[in-house]
Design a protein around this ligand. Structure first.
Ligand code: GDP
Ligand code: IMO
Ligand code: MG
Length: 423
């Protein structure tokens, strides 16, 4: 396996958590390298059902070590709760869980600013998860961030907090919001500090040794390609680099050491929040996808918008990331559809166009060109052998392979770890 990277190929919620949990059985290290608790990765295994927001979804393999690398931003309250829930479920994380001191902290004012920016944009809002993600990354790149290493050094934390509150409370007051109390922040963060202290450690040398020793490292991408800050449907995106290129920045592993790049593709498409979505459906088929697929957000509970698979997007995702294989998830959700459509390309004013030709406004106006395939009547739920899939389901998968030009290595047929076909 060596170094394997898992990336969401659509607008998030493709089932990355399920695939990571399955692949982690073979891994020595599982690493989150970007994003924050805007991510919600569902794991269902012999230990229960877990919505993972920050701790890597591979924590359930007792033999592997879990790393939150420097590119991740942390809401410490959420992290501490997640650790407590894992411990309650009997998962021991002591001596095998590392938090990078370089991680930036999501501060209370970041969450307030996230809401204020969204309110100010009104109908043009991004539809964020409200977790303070954009404002925290903005402070990181404008040298106003507070890192875990600052929190570990009380004087540094107090000095930085003082400066930031002087700036942020002026902004909050100007926008009509309540000021953030320094006393309260200090009280809470000194408690957080004690709770996370045992895990704060620089895993960089461990990971480099692991690369050298050809250990299995699993890199857990969050969100999806079309939420990438540069190549997604800006401004309806998230703040981090979602693509394979984000690995060096987010964890410090050289790009050439990544041997496998698995694109996770939901067998149809969903999106939460605002922004263009060419294959979105507004009929009984979208209702059926939402109901059968239980398409409600793991993080916010919002109903996900649903539509047909868009191969134009997957082709782009594969090209820009350099996929070496695909993992198609939620195939079982398509059970019982008499006809299934795949968008094979786009047209704009009658001419063939590509995803990368334009911006979000352009993508709202492209017309999807569909190919219709016959559905299947048999249930695929829980099938573990490719040969047991109905012929129509196999043809659907072959169509995806042909359109994208990449082999499918895994097919997920249910939410549980064991409901998977390895090809
Ligand atoms: P992630 O953010 O990419 O990890 O995906 P989420 O966990 O947010 O959403 C995926 C949802 O689909 C979760 O509820 C999973 O339990 C579920 N899921 C994953 N794979 C499958 C599958 O093959 N079939 C079905 N029916 N559900 C799945
Ligand atoms: P996982 O890892 C689905 C979306 C939000 C919003 C936009 C910006 O579970 O696949 P943000 O809070 O990041 O500033 O919101 O990005 N978004 C996701 N949608 N799954 C996710 O993560 C997402 N992470 C961010 O809905 O449209
Ligand atoms: Mg999710």
């Amino acid at each position: 396996m060596a170094v394997t990277l898992v990336i969401g190929s659509q607008w998030g919620d493709e089932g990355k958590g399920k695939i990571i949990d399955y692949l982690s059985l073979q891994s020595d290290y599982v690493v989150r390298f970007h994003g924050g608790n805007n991510a919600g990765h569902t794991v269902i295994n012999n230990l229960g059902k877990f919505p993972m927001h920050l701790v890597p979804s591979g924590i359930f393999n007792k033999k592997s070590k879990a790393v939150i690398a420097n590119g991740v931003i942390l809401d410490l309250e959420v992290l501490i709760l997640e650790i407590a829930n894992l411990e309650k479920a009997g998962i021991k994380i002591k001596d095998r869980f590392y938090i990078s001191p370089r991680c930036h902290i999501i501060m209370p004012y970041h969450k307030i600013l996230d809401r204020l920016y969204e309110d100010a944009k009104g109908k043009k809002k991004t539809g964020t998860t409200g977790r303070g993600i954009g404002p925290t990354y903005a402070d990181k790149v404008s040298y106003n961030g507070i890192r875990i290493s600052d929190l570990m050094n009380k004087d540094s934390f107090l000095e930085k907090l003082d400066t930031q509150l002087r700036i942020k409370n002026k902004i909050l007051a100007a926008l009509g919001a309540k000021k953030v109390s320094k006393k309260k922040v200090i009280k809470n963060f000194m408690k957080f500090r004690e709770k996370i202290k045992p895990y704060v450690s620089n895993a960089y040398p461990l990971l480099h040794k692991a690369v050298k020793d050809k250990k299995n490292i699993l890199l857990e991408g969050a969100h999806g390609v079309f939420l990438d800050n540069d190549w997604g449907t800006y401004p309806f995106v998230t703040a981090s680099t979602v693509l394979s290129g984000g690995v060096t920045q987010g964890v410090g592993i050289p790009p050439a050491s990544i041997k496998n790049i698995i694109g996770v593709v939901k067998a149809y498409t969903t999106r939460v929040g605002e922004g263009p979505f060419p294959t979105e459906l507004f009929n009984s088929e979208s209702e059926k996808l939402r109901k059968n697929g239980n398409e409600f957000g793991t993080t916010t509970g919002r109903a996900r918008r649903c539509g047909w698979l868009d191969a134009e997007l997957i082709k782009f995702a594969s090209q820009i990331n350099g996929y070496t294989g695909l993992a198609v998830t939620k195939l079982d959700v398509l059970d019982g559809f008499t006809k299934i459509k795949i968008c094979v390309s786009y047209t704009f004013n009658g001419k063939r166009v590509n995803y990368f030709d334009g911006d979000a406004g352009f993508l709202r106006r492209v017309k999807p060109v569909y190919k219709t395939l016959p559905g299947w009547k048999k249930s695929t739920k829980g099938i573990k052998k490719y040969s047991e899939l109905p012929i129509e389901a196999r043809n659907y998968l072959k169509e995806i392979e042909n359109l994208v030009g990449i082999k499918i290595k895994y097919v997920s047929t249910g939410g549980e770890r064991t409901e998977i076909i390895k090809i």
